[in-house]
Write a protein that binds this ligand. Structure first.
Ligand code: ADP
Ligand code: MG
Length: 247
């Protein structure tokens, strides 16, 4: 079997008596679109925070491409090719859309952050390619501050892609979006997985979106992994039905 891009082994995080994540093991293959679902408080965000080095596990390990990264700081994990999307702070509101992407490309290539990309035209073509990838080429010249919420999310995706991640972690990327925007964004992410081979781990509330786009689904409940499989297997799983039907 191929080395997984990401592997969690016996991952646990306790907060006092609360077992937020309790002995969770899983692997993510290169190019795989894997969803983690589960009710509020199931431990999804705690999982993401441990995978990204933002929270220390109580037990267990995280491997990236076969390397133990459990105790690496976030920045080192990010540099090793793990992107995390959809932090609003990732964009500069006073800059144009394309300049935001140029800044990300400058940063990725280790160039001085103070260079004004508009004046230098640096990475303009590369930035346009990324904006085309996320369907925002026609908004390149607009200021980020006036973007609609869904467009801001797509800009953040372009910024994440500027770092050419081999793995993207997306904790509720479609939070606050209208149903139509959710579907559009997940379709876009699925296209990126297909075309670039980027592996993606994501959480999402909308089950239709999850069942349509995820290659595989893991279900967390009270910190424990209670089911794993494709959409049909998850839909048919009695433990999953119990959790979602309030049993
Ligand atoms: P989800 O993202 O699936 O909604 P979380 O990972 O945010 O779930 O939370 C899992 C559990 O851990 C919840 O019971 C939550 O209250 C608890 N928890 C999360 N972060 C902390 C923290 N920093 N301190 C104490 N409890 C926490
Ligand atoms: Mg959460």
């Amino acid at each position: 079997m191929m080395t997984p891009i990401l592997e969690a082994r016996h991952l646990s995080r306790h907060f006092g008596a609360i077992r937020a994540v309790d002995d969770v093991s899983f692997a993510l293959a290169p190019g795989e679109l894997l969803a983690i679902i589960g009710p509020n408080g199931a431990g999804k965000s705690t999982c993401f925070n441990m995978l990204m080095g933002q929270l220390r596990p109580t037990h267990g390990t995280v491997h990236l491409d076969g390397t133990d990264i459990t105790h690496w700081p976030t920045r080192r994990i990010w540099r090793a090719g793990v992107g995390r999307t959809f932090q609003i702070t990732a964009t500069y509101p006073s800059m144009r859309v394309i300049e935001n992407v140029q800044m990300a490309l400058l940063s990725h290539h280790g160039r001085a952050f103070s260079i004004i990309p508009r004046a230098r035209g640096l990475y303009r073509d590369d930035a346009m390619v990324l904006l085309e990838t996320v369907g925002m080429a026609d908004q390149a010249g607009r200021h980020a501050a006036i973007l609609a919420y869904g467009d801001l999310k797509r800009l953040e995706l372009a910024i994440a892609l500027a770092h050419d991640p081999k793995l993207l972690l997306m904790d509720e990327p479609t939070a606050g979006m209208a149903p139509r925007e959710r579907t559009d964004l997940m379709r876009l992410v699925a296209g990126i997985v297909r075309d670039r081979g980027t592996a993606v781990l994501f959480t999402e509330h909308d089950m239709d979106v999850v069942f349509t786009h995820a290659h595989r689904i893991m279900v967390l409940n009270r910190g424990q992994l209670i089911a794993e499989g494709d959409a049909d297997a998850i839909r048919a799983d009695p433990r999953v039905q119990e959790v979602y039907l309030g049993g």
